[in-house]
Ligand binder design. Structure first.
Ligand code: ATP
Ligand code: MG
Length: 567
């Protein structure tokens, strides 16, 4: 490609809303252009990168024997009503009506559509297992679209759905997908980890997320410092911590006027947050109140809490009015002594003694509180986010926490959709069986943002060769003035093309400084500079994007030199 035939759409400034480096660089390098909140156009150079990512994904998915198909973006409500998700899926599902007043949605995912296809076209166990995939545009009306294409409303996903006679076959394909995802992320050059993820009602090890490690990641992922245990924060269990010590203090009520937060209370009473508890009140199954108790310095994990029997799903905090009516105080003074709602206590809070908590009277707290002596009925459980230094759930070593960007997710769905949508096949014994299903997603556009988070410097992106918009840029100095430079550059360009090198010849009438800056911003891995001075000596200048040094090489060896770099 010659720059004059292409669109180099680099811009000087990133907009103010671009908070993370990948968003800034994607705008500055001209890969994407914002249309509206969470909606981006992929400019020619951005699309070229997307297509390279898609090619890697396609090759690996095809190798795994998955079959590519393509499903519509718009989906009729009836399918979603059949699966019950029309009501369950929140406002992320963008719903609309057609001209006949029929309900539709923009597909945030395609379980319903693919199950409907499987139902129609798979009749016998002989056709199973089968795995379908597509690379397609998804729409999710995200509450806070941000970070460019990292969390956009419209984005490209590779989604796959497998169908099976039984769980064993599902487990096998799940392993194949796990390996396929590792192959894809290896080829993309990522520093990534597969981590155990929360698998909702299905349980077991039936879900993994693939996280690219990056400071800017939205997710916390938890590792053992001594084993290969890795899980996302919703999945990493905390363990029971033994019995509390014997009480030493008496239960004492103290005035705590105008204190609102745990740290206010602790400052006032001169106790550590680790020696206090906070009590959150949520709604129970039958609209009763349930107290969730955590150590003052710990955070509630909502996914864990919402999975506990008796708690309303999705988790719903009680209204303050309800709390006042039932417990007699504002949020800030709720405690665990003498309340007649069920009390669930996080393991870490359950082993405290002589602790501080609200007194269920505004502006009053208790000190010297002890379980059993002062609170007889309570249930210890795992309610909180694990923190670094906690014991690893596998019993080996301690937990370390890192930030991750979720680029992929694999999941064993079981018969959730085939049950509700009645997707069955005839088994070997002639009986109809609902198919087991797996689903497997990769965020194609998010991959590019994640790649930039891991590969950049102060001058721009440093793309790995596999997805760089071009493998090589030729920068001729005075292309439009020196016929010798033009001739050499054109010849080199043709020679590179003949060797299938994805090459950009920067033939713009720009100053060399601008051409260098653009090639660095764009992250093109290799650069050759041709000038009259070099030509006088039969030389050409080479620079790798990732390494600081420049080298002079013989002009006649330039193509083979680059080919060596590309293996
Ligand atoms: P997240 O927790 O980040 O919202 P998710 O669990 O909703 O992700 P899945 O439904 O598993 O995501 O979708 C599969 C993949 O699609 C994700 O692993 C991610 O890479 C990508 N993805 C999901 N939501 C978005 C989004 N809003 N913008 C870009 N990519 C996304
Ligand atoms: Mg999501």
């Amino acid at each position: 490609m010659k720059s004059s035939d292409f669109l180099i759409s680099t811009v000087k400034e990133a907009p103010n809303d671009a908070k993370i480096i990948s968003h800034q660089l994607m705008i500055r390098a001209g890969l994407i252009a914002k249309l509206a909140s969470g909606l981006y156009s992929y400019l020619p150079i951005g699309l070229k990168i997307i297509q390279k990512v898609e090619k890697i994904i396609r090759e690996e998915m095809n190798k795994s024997m998955a079959l590519e198909l393509l499903m519509p973006v718009a989906q009729p409500a009836e399918l979603w009503q059949e699966s019950k998700r029309w009501d369950e899926y929140g406002p992320e599902l963008l719903r609309f009506k057609d001209r006949h007043d029929r309900d539709f949605c923009m597909g945030p995912t395609h379980e319903e559509v693919i199950t409907n296809i499987a139902k129609q076209y798979i009749r016998s166990y002989k056709q199973l297992p089968i795995n379908f995939y597509q690379i397609q545009t998804k729409f999710r009306d995200e509450i806070r679209p941000r970070f460019g294409v990292m969390r956009s409303r419209e984005f490209i996903m590779k989604d796959a759905y497998s169908f099976h006679m039984d769980e064993e076959s599902l487990g096998e394909t799940y392993q194949v997908m796990h390996r396929t995802y590792c192959n894809i992320f290896d080829r993309l050059g990522f520093d990534y980890r597969p981590v155990l993820a929360d698998s909702g009602a299905i349980g077991g090890d039936s879900s993994h997320e693939f996280h690219v490690l990056a400071e800017s990641g939205e997710d916390a992922i938890c590792f053992s410092d001594s084993s290969d245990y890795a899980a996302n924060i919703d999945r990493a269990e905390t363990l029971p911590q033994g019995a509390p010590e014997e009480p030493k203090e008496d239960l004492t009520i103290v005035e705590t006027p105008n204190v609102k937060t745990i740290s206010d209370v602790c400052n006032l009473l001169n106790v550590k947050p680790e020696n206090s508890i906070k009590t959150l009140v949520v709604m129970g199954d039958d609209d009763n109140l349930v107290a969730l108790v955590l150590r003052g310095d710990h955070e509630l994990n909502e996914v864990k809490a919402s999975k506990i029997e008796g708690i309303k799903q999705p988790l719903q905090m009680a209204e303050e009015e309800e709390v006042i009516k039932k417990l007699g105080c504002n949020f800030g003074s709720i405690g665990v002594v003498n309340i007649d709602i069920s009390i669930l206590v996080d393991y870490a809070a359950a082993c405290l003694s002589d602790f501080v908590c609200g007194a269920n009277e505004n502006d009053k707290h208790f000190t010297g509180v002890n379980w059993q002596r002062d609170v007889q009925k309570m249930t210890p459980c795992d309610l909180r986010n694990i923190v670094s230094g906690d014991p690893s759930p596998d019993g080996q070593g301690l937990i370390e926490i890192k930030r991750g960007i979720e680029v992929g997710h694999i999941f064993q769905l079981g018969t959730k959709y085939s049950d509700s949508m009645n997707a069955n096949v005839i088994g070997e014994d002639g009986r109809a069986v609902n198919m087991n299903m797996g689903c497997y997603g990769i965020g194609v556009t998010r991959i590019i943002a994640a790649c930039i988070e891991q590969n950049h410097d102060e001058r721009g992106i440093i793309f790995p060769r596999t997805i760089a918009p071009f493998e090589l840029v030729i920068v001729p100095i005075n292309y439009n003035k020196s016929s010798r430079v033009k001739e050499l550059a054109d010849q080199l360009y043709v020679d590179c093309q003949q060797q299938n090198i994805d090459v950009l010849l920067d033939d713009r009438k720009e100053r060399p400084g601008i051409m260098f800056a653009d090639s660095e911003l764009l992250g093109i891995p290799h650069r050759l500079v041709i000038s009259d001075t070099h030509a006088d000596n039969g030389k050409i200048e080479y620079k790798s994007r990732a390494l600081p040094d420049k080298a002079e090489i013989d002009f006649k060896d330039a193509v083979s030199f680059i080919l060596d770099k590309l293996v």
